[in-house]
Ligand binder design. Structure first.
Ligand code: SF4
Ligand code: SF4
Length: 349
């Protein structure tokens, strides 16, 4: 129950501040470092040199400031987060304050997952295709097999999702990836690749992407384990192919770079270069004085971390059920099961 109480209490306080008209970030995305043990062709981050990274004490200072600013969900990413030796300590601190998730390429998952398993609510593992398709996009031979081995270890302990970035080289893999997720007993999430200025351009061909999104929407509606909301697929289809844009709300997510600087308005437009340090900033003041209005009509990316929160609506009952109620039930079920999990595993082996 470590996370449940602080998140619930701060959620109530956050609601009061919002009711008074304050705009606050709900989710934080923090890149722990840029270094990576993969060389994904569509990624700009591994091409950068890491400057001095935050110490554990600075990470904690950052988390305390974010918690005060109303953040409830904390997501760590990179680069590859497992390249940090102190990852378990960082996640433990986060887990005491936030609903905590981690994005990894999975290469080190098999070896290091047990160090972090207690501190995670959600694990997202990037996989872009089956076998050589994945290895070619990600630039390392054997990466697919190692990542799948990691998923097999992690999935029994934490809610695990395969993240697929759809680009020109893996459009025909989407259905295979849903089938792989089913085989492994995990869920899967999709997003179109975005062409960053310093990376290889791999964004998907427009008409082919439309077909794939329609297929995934159909699969979602027929109950396949796809975690994107149906509104996610519908919004991209309506905007990119029908000229009816969604309203982007990048303020719901606060991004923090590896040096602890805040990235505004979003890491796509700013390509992850932050300005002011989190703990030296009055986030509520910044969030309520920044001119977000010019980004509301921007529909340039379909990244799930921005689009899904932008679409969430308390009046949409299917979203409330899928995003809030089912997650809360799963979470409580996991908490209740925790003491008897070793016995369940022993019986099923
Ligand atoms: S695994 Fe992630 S951070 Fe590493 S190169 Fe690939 S996309 Fe970039
Ligand atoms: S749609 Fe535009 S403003 Fe919104 S997250 Fe993407 S790039 Fe940023």
């Amino acid at each position: 129950m470590a996370t449940f109480r602080p998140v619930l209490l701060r959620g109530i306080l956050r609601g009061v501040r919002e009711a008074r008209g304050s705009r606050l970030p709900l989710i934080a995305g923090h890149k722990l470092l840029y270094s990576c043990n993969l060389r994904c062709r569509m990624c700009p981050f591994w091409r950068r040199k890491d400057q001095r990274l935050l110490s554990l004490q600075e990470e904690v200072k950052m988390m305390n400031t974010l918690a005060d600013a109303g953040v409830l969900f904390m997501g760590f990413e990179g680069g590859e987060p497992f390249l940090r030796r102190d990852l378990p300590e960082i996640l433990r601190e986060s887990h005491d304050r936030f609903h905590t998730s981690l994005v990894t390429n999975g290469l080190m998952l098999k070896d290091r997952f047990m160090e972090v398993r207690r501190y995670l609510e959600n694990l997202f593992v990037s996989l872009d295709g089956i076998g050589e398709v994945h290895d070619k996009i990600r630039g390392v031979e054997g990466a697919f097999m190692r990542t799948v081995e990691g998923i097999k270890v992690a999935k029994d302990y934490v809610e695990t999702t395969i993240n697929v970035t759809l680009g020109s080289e893996n459009m025909d893999q989407a259905v295979n990836m849903v089938n792989l997720a089913k085989e492994l007993g995990v869920s899967v999430s999709f997003q179109p690749s975005y062409d960053y200025s310093t990376a290889e351009k791999l964004s998907p061909e427009r008409e082919r992407l439309r077909e794939v999104l329609l297929t995934l929407l159909k699969m979602k509606l027929s109950g396949e384990p796809i975690v994107n909301s149906k509104e996610y697929f519908e919004s991209i289809l309506l905007s990119w192919y029908g000229g009816r844009p969604w309203k982007c709300k990048p303020w719901l997510t606060i991004n923090v770079d590896p040096q602890g600087r805040i990235v505004t308005p979003c890491y796509v437009l700013n390509e992850y270069s932050g300005s002011s340090l989190v703990w030296e900033t009055d986030i509520e003041e910044l969030w309520n004085s920044y001119d977000w209005s010019k980004f509301e009509s921007c529909n340039a990316c379909g990244l799930t971390c921005y689009l899904e929160p932008s679409l969430f609506d308390w009046k949409n009952l299917s979203m409330v059920r899928e995003r809030i109620l089912e997650n809360a039930v799963d979470y409580l079920w996991n908490v209740l099961q925790e003491p008897i999990k070793p016995m369940i595993r022993a019986v099923s082996e």
